[in-house]
Design a protein around this ligand. Structure first.
Ligand code: GTP
Length: 598
């Protein structure tokens, strides 16, 4: 296809503003799939994505569109992940296309991820076409939202397209705008050595790793031996094709085109997003700029509830890692929890998705320990250690100082909740960087320690704003602070899985809260159980669980034998969800719930 008849684009939007629905309509209207094959949200392929309504892996589809000028255009839509955790993948996918449809829900307006994603698109030099969605709803205020787009984002929204992705209203205008308002791909040279951007990859049980590429220069052909410039791998290409959205083989891909290749690549790890693909011989000399592999920032322990499930957990984790290069793991042993894995994630959502998949797809009951960030421990001898697990905190006498990661968080919230949001940020050691207004919404920008955010910040934010706040963040750097390791002792023994790093000023408060929570969460035993929070050897908070005086069955006075048996059965079932620790049984839920702050 000639370059001038190609349009490569993405759709940027806040979660739930209708990105997937619009993509489905575009596919449907161009007859790319037969009506009977049309499933809701074609692009979200994984079940979990569909259930949670989030798009995780970038996907792509090639659409053929006969435009009003009588020409048939090839439109390549790259679907980008919508969530903060995958910001790097979003920014890479954006480099593969020249334009974006900016979808904003006309009943909601601009949200935090609208901003984050549109700025990424602007950084990638995209032409942007604003689209106001959901105008079928009575609450839609397209005028106001168009004004807001101009005020907050600073792009012209006077010719924003008004649509309803649900009813199909306005979709033909969107197709026409893609052709007339978005630019064709930048000039590439077919005669130059192959240079292609690795946009995404995923593992397919039949084909092995499928790699999505955008060709910059040269031509990719079946039988080529390709080289990944950063990871160094060399592979013979056995298949080239495009997604329509089902895979369709083609003979070659030239400049400006987007498609996939397979090359008997065994693991997704060998195909890093952002890498440059070239040929083994006579390849290009300089790779595309700006490659950085995504690094995990949040760590937690995953342990099987039933120790007999360890081997199953290992198999499941290995399989998952095949398809997820940003997920890391290593074996970990905990005195409290036995054998498990210390796992690294791009963020909290990523953590939740992985945990859900392990539990649901692989049927393993898991204990998740408190998420932790990476601390930099500066030792007195000058060495700098990365601490992924509070349990590994070195002896303080050798430690000079500790640094923690900070983030820049952007929160958009209706005025009426602003006070609560500011208080929440303040409570979490935040420092205000900016506070501005856009209509009846406020935008607060805060510098916050990541460790105050990883656990329940997002839940708290949602609850204090009744779900009306939106949130986005990026890591901004490391800063020294007065951080200490706090241990929890149950029945006078430290439980490693409950150790956390906290700011010294917040230690008493956190310690008290954890002891109180554990007092509720750990059932009574035949003896009394002290629960203590300690820093070094010093106890800073304490609670006691009173001893159980009577046998539970004593409650069933009289001889109701069935009731008595039921009660005992219930107790036995409950036991399975417990972990024996010393003489004390700790319920599985306690490990994570102990940390939640009200
Ligand atoms: P993520 O995949 O989570 O990023 O969300 P999304 O932006 O892809 O949103 P999605 O297409 O899943 O739409 C979110 C919800 O809005 C769904 O329940 C849609 O049915 C609904 N929706 C989308 N477009 C319209 C519209 O034009 N009108 C109405 N009334 N509802 C819509």
């Amino acid at each position: 296809t000639e370059l001038r008849y190609i349009r490569n684009f993405s759709i940027v939007a806040h979660i739930d503003h209708g990105k997937s629905t619009l993509a489905d309509r575009l596919i449907q209207l161009t007859g790319t799939v037969a009506e009977r094959d049309m499933k809701e949200q074609l692009l979200d392929s994984m079940d979990i994505e569909r259930e949670r309504g989030i798009t995780i892996k970038a996907n792509t589809v090639r659409i053929e569109y006969p435009a009003k000028d009588g020409q048939i255009y090839v439109l390549n839509l790259i679907d980008t992940p919508g969530h903060v955790d995958f910001a790097y993948e979003v920014s890479r996918s954006m480099r593969a296309v020249e334009g974006s449809l900016l979808v904003v829900d006309a009943t909601q307006g601009v949200e935090a991820q609208t901003l984050a994603n549109v700025y990424t698109a602007i950084e990638a030099d995209h032409e942007i076409v604003p689209v106001l969605n959901k105008i079928d709803l009575p609450a839609a205020e397209p005028e106001r939202v168009a004004e807001q787009i101009e005020d907050v984002i600073g792009i012209d929204a006077s010719n924003a397209i008004r649509i309803s992705a649900k009813t199909g209203l306005g979709i033909p205008d969107v197709l026409e705008a893609i052709v007339t308002r978005l630019p064709p791909p930048h000039e590439g040279d077919r005669t130059k050595p192959l240079k292609a951007l690795l946009v995404d990859s995923y593992y397919d049980a039949y084909l092995g790793v499928v790699v999505l590429v955008r060709i910059i220069d040269g031509v990719l052909k079946k039988g080529d031996r390709i080289r990944m410039m950063k990871t160094g791998g060399i592979y013979p290409v056995d298949r080239i094709g495009v997604f329509r959205p089902a895979m369709q083989n083609v003979d070659e891909l030239g400049p400006g085109e987007i498609g996939f290749l397979t090359a008997s690549i065994k693991q997704v790890r060998d195909t890093r997003v952002g890498d440059t693909v070239t040929t083994e011989k006579k390849g290009c000399e300089t790779p595309l700029p700006g490659f950085k592999p995504s690094q995990p920032v949040v760590f937690c322990g995953l342990f099987p509830v039933d120790t007999n499930d360890f081997d199953d957990l290992r198999d499941a984790i290995e399989k998952l890692a095949l398809n997820d290069a940003s997920f890391t793991y290593e074996m970990e042993t905990s005195a409290a929890l036995g054998f498990g894995f210390r796992c690294g994630f791009l963020g909290l959502l990523h953590l939740e998705v992985v945990r859900d998949r392990l539990e649901r797809e692989y049927g393993i009951d898991l204990i998740t320990t408190a998420p932790s960030v990476i601390y930099k421990i500066h030792m007195k001898d000058g060495e700098v250690r990365e601490l992924h697990n509070p349990a590994d905190m070195p002896d303080l006498t050798y430690v000079d100082h500790i640094q923690e990661p900070r983030i820049k968080a952007t929160i958009l919230v209706p005025d009426e909740f602003l006070g609560d949001v500011l208080k929440l940020c303040q409570d979490r050691r935040g420092e205000q960087l900016d506070l501005t207004y856009a209509g009846s919404r406020a935008m607060a920008v805060y510098d916050l320690p990541l460790n105050e955010v990883v656990f329940d910040f997002y839940d708290r934010l949602k609850s204090v704003t009744k779900g009306y706040a939106s949130f986005d963040y990026q890591i901004s750097g490391y800063r020294e602070d007065y951080l200490v390791k706090m241990q929890i002792l149950v029945n006078d023994e430290p439980v490693d899985a409950l150790s956390v790093m906290v700011h010294r000023d917040r230690a008493e408060m956190r310690g008290r809260a954890m002891c109180e929570k554990l007092k509720e969460l750990i059932p009574r035993h035949m003896f009394k159980i002290p629960i203590q929070a300690a820093i070094g050897g010093r106890v800073i908070a304490r609670e006691t669980i009173a001893a159980l005086r009577k046998d539970v069955t004593a409650k069933c006075y009289g001889g109701d034998a069935t009731r008595k048996r039921k009660l005992l059965d219930k107790q036995k079932a409950g036991k399975k969800k417990m972990r024996q620790f010393g003489k004390v049984e700790i319920p599985q839920q306690a490990f994570i719930n102990a940390l939640k702050m009200d």
